[in-house]
Structures are given as structure tokens and as C-alpha cells.
Design a protein around this ligand. Sequence first.
Ligand code: NAP
Length: 238
Amino acid sequence: MQASAQLALIGHGKMGRMIEQLAPHYGFELAFALDHSSNPGGSGITPGCFRGIDVAIEFSNPEAAVTNLERLAAARVQTVCGTTGWYDRLEKVSAAITAAGTGLVWSPNFSIGVAVFRKLAGLAAELLGPEQEYGAWAWEIHHDTKKDDPSGTLLQLVNTMRESGYSRPISVSSNRAGKHPGTHEIGFDSGADTITLRHAARSREGFARGALRAASWVLGRRGVYTFDDVLFGPHRNS
Ligand SMILES: NC(=O)c1ccc[n+]([C@@H]2O[C@H](COP(=O)([O-])OP(=O)(O)OC[C@H]3O[C@@H](n4cnc5c(N)ncnc54)[C@H](OP(=O)(O)O)[C@@H]3O)[C@@H](O)[C@H]2O)c1
């Protein structure tokens, strides 16, 4: 029988625990999980502790993620990162991954549904960009413990709309309340009609499954990738 790939979790909160539950279904064995108390300032990530680890999945918080990712690269560990709110330092992290010769897949949203939703948002923005009477909005709601606001996913959706040719203002808003796992909506409105595109997550399971799929995919790969590369890139099924 083939041995399970060894998985380390960096962050053992709502997402880390969901990934732990599903990991065996993706051929992973959880070796250990680090949280804030076992990894202050990234100090729990050392080459010695990570010997024999095939891949790490990082879901911590925006303050911790960059140091964690740099230390994982220095320990030469293949990594998937779902933490949001640190992307202003993506270049710095990418340089560390390249220098170490390891692989990283990052995404503000590991849901397959959201990846497809973003493609649809891009197409709508491209088609409505030239239609001057249409205004646009982007909105999201999440549980009240989510730290970044607006979400990384909403910012990515707005970027996609911009890159697809929608150059007029986009009204961006967000709410934080209760236990909501995440709804994102983009819309276009004119005097004649409204188009609404909405993605509603039912639970965190879709994010966890996507992160585990990315973890299988990144094994043996070098460089910095997004979840789009896993799902839609030339090597998506390999
Ligand atoms: N990409 C996606 O698909 C996706 C989906 C959902 C959420 N997210 C993002 O993922 C992140 C985590 O979400 P969550 O809901 O799991 O949050 P959470 O429940 O608050 O869990 C965060 C975890 O990170 C740990 N942590 C804090 N500092 C750490 C450090 N230095 N090293 C290791 N672990 C550390 C915390 O430990 P303590 O408990 O000891 O403080 C806790 O276990 C957030 O940024 C969220 O926005 C992304």
C-alpha cells in the first residue's frame, strides 16, 4: 500500500479543523498542527520539525501569514495558503519561494464555485464595459470574526472586473454579522434592468476541499501559483 503524504497545518482554527477532517479523503495523514501558542512569530517552523513533511496548508491570520510562508520556504516545504489580507506583501513572499525553489499555491478563496463565479463576473464586466448606462456594485457578507474587510475574494472580483475592461466606478461594500460562511455578489444596473451574480457558500467544506486539492497538485511543483492554475491551467489534471 502507498504511504499517505504527510501534511502539516499552520493554523488550527475553523478552517484548519475542517481540513483535518477531510485530509484522509485526499490521501493525506496529518503529522501535526501549529497554532498561535505553538508558533509565535513563526518560531515553530524549523527545518528540523518539518523533516518528512510533504506539504503544509496555512490558514492563520493576516499578521502571521507572511512570516509563516517565508519560514516554510526556508524549510523547503511545499505550501498552500488560504489566509487572506496579506497580498500587499505577495512580491516579498514570491521572492522567498523562488529563492528556495519550493512551490506555493495561494488563493483568497479555494471554492471551485467562486473560481467559476469570477470568470462569469469577468465576462459580464467585459460585455457591459462599453455600455455606458450600466453602473456596477460588488458586495459581500461574512461572520463577525472575519478580520479583513472587504474580503480578499471581493477585492479579487473587483480586480477581475477592472482587468476585463469595466472602467467606471464600482460601488464596493461589505457586512460582518453572526456566523455567515460567506456570500459574494456583483451586479450591474441600468434604467432598463438589473443583472445580479451571486455566490453563497453553505459551509467551509468547499474551501477545505479546494485547499486539499491544491495540496495534492503542488507536490513536486516549483513556483508561485493560484487556485486558477490548479483548476484551469494547462497542468490542471496532472
Ligand atoms: N482561501 C479560502 O478559501 C478561505 C476560506 C475561509 C477563510 N479564509 C481565511 O483563512 C484564515 C483563517 O480562517 P479561520 O476561519 O480558520 O480563522 P480562525 O478560526 O480564527 O483560525 C485562525 C487560526 O490561526 C492560528 N494562528 C494565529 N497565529 C498563528 C501563527 N503565528 N502560527 C500558526 N497559527 C496561528 C490561530 O491560533 P490560536 O487559536 O492559538 O489563536 C487559529 O488556530 C483567515 O485569513 C480567513 O480570512 C480563507
